[in-house]
Design a protein around this ligand. Structure first.
Ligand code: AQP
Length: 332
């Protein structure tokens, strides 16, 4: 029996951080045996915000290397760059005609980024959820492993896929389900536990980058915002400690109640210092592998080219299915 298929992607839009790792990359690797896997570097999404060309180039390798360093096996998993498979943008254009202006205007991420000046926001930022829908349905993906911040975009993808099936006939597109883990799906900023840890944060104090060295990790955790009082407890009225306990628990594989018990009566300083040790140790082997990969871009590029060929074989089948049903005259 064939395995269910998953697809997910990460934007090469800045420093990858612990939120990307715990909410996405680590789970991609941990669950790869259960699925037929497609993971891409979504460079077309990254350019919806202005990117320095040199940085975009390097960050594209950084995301691919993070997939590999986390343990995704390129023989089993298709790893590729979105722009190497032009079917993404072509289907994205077609799906624009199956999505409403009002739907995109309601997207929380758009509203956050548009702020008080929606007239001055790039059309790409407005429209990117449609391209994301194309990314997913091109692979007949059954599941999309993402962090909580992407739930609304997944709902939109499902609405678009259902609409396509209604207009063009059942079975045109597979309607995907989000795969969002309860723990780690929303790691919050170290400087502000009310906002998610984010690549585009205004200060590096917001996140632990996956490439931060041990001293930087220790410094950032020492400076991390805490809640009033001194108790180390997981609860709604302690959002900062809840976030730090979540990180500790996920990286050390220790249940949160056990950590609460261990740190009963101890101050924040000891807890943060131990947490820094846990983070440094958990990221150590990953960072070593990342450095090795970084020194050999040809190795990564060969994997990405092979991945693009495999991805395109699948994507072209779905694009053809959609175009045929819509009445396009196909070139062959
Ligand atoms: N703070 C987070 N906690 C858990 N998961 C997270 N993800 C992002 N932030 C957190 C998940 O990481 C994957 C890749 O995200 P993306 O590249 O599409 O970017 P994003 O969701 O817009 O988040 P970023 O990294 O903070 O980028 P910016 O600042 O550019 O918006 C996704 O699965 C996402 O859910």
């Amino acid at each position: 029996m064939s395995k269910p298929r998953v697809l997910s992607g990460i934007q090469p839009s800045g420093n990858l951080h612990l939120g990307n790792y715990l909410g996405a990359i680590k789970n991609f690797a941990a669950n790869q045996a259960q699925f037929e896997n497609y993971f891409c570097v979504v460079d077309h999404h990254a350019i919806t915000n202005p990117q320095d060309p040199k940085a975009l180039y390097q960050q594209t390798f950084d995301v691919a290397n993070a997939y590999l360093a986390a343990g995704l096996d390129p023989k089993e998993v298709t790893i590729f760059i979105q722009s190497h498979v032009p079917e993404h943008t072509e289907l994205g254009w077609i799906l624009n005609s199956f999505c409403y202006f009002g739907e995109l205007r309601r997207m929380t991420q758009f509203k956050d980024k548009a702020g008080k000046h929606p007239e001055e926001v790039g059309v790409g930022i407005f429209d990117y959820p449609v391209l994301m829908a194309a990314d997913i349905v091109l692979y007949d993906a059954n599941f999309v492993p993402v962090g909580e911040d992407q739930r609304q975009h997944l709902e939109l993808t499902r609405d678009i896929a259902n609409r396509v099936n209604y207009r063009l006939g059942e079975g045109t597109l597979v309607v995907p389900e989000p795969l969002i883990k309860k723990e780690g799906a929303r790691i919050m900023g170290l400087d502000d536990p009310a906002k998610k840890m984010s690549k585009s944060a205004t200060t590096p104090r917001n996140y632990i980058a996956l490439t931060d060295d041990p001293d930087t990790i220790r410094q950032k955790l020492r400076a991390a915002v805490t809640d009033s009082g001194s108790e180390i407890r997981f609860s709604e009225d302690k959002p900062a400690l809840t976030n730090l306990l979540t990180i500790y628990s996920l990286l050390s594989d220790t249940p949160i109640p056990m950590l609460e018990e261990r740190y009963q009566g101890q101050g924040y300083a000891q807890f943060k210092s131990d947490l820094a040790d846990v983070v440094v140790e958990a990221l150590g082997p990953f960072q070593t592998r990342l450095r090795e990969l970084d020194s050999n871009p040809d190795y990564t590029l060969a994997i990405l080219r092979d991945g693009a060929a495999r991805a395109q074989a699948q994507a072209s089948t779905v694009l053809r299915r959609v175009k045929e049903r819509m009445g396009y005259v196909l070139p062959s």
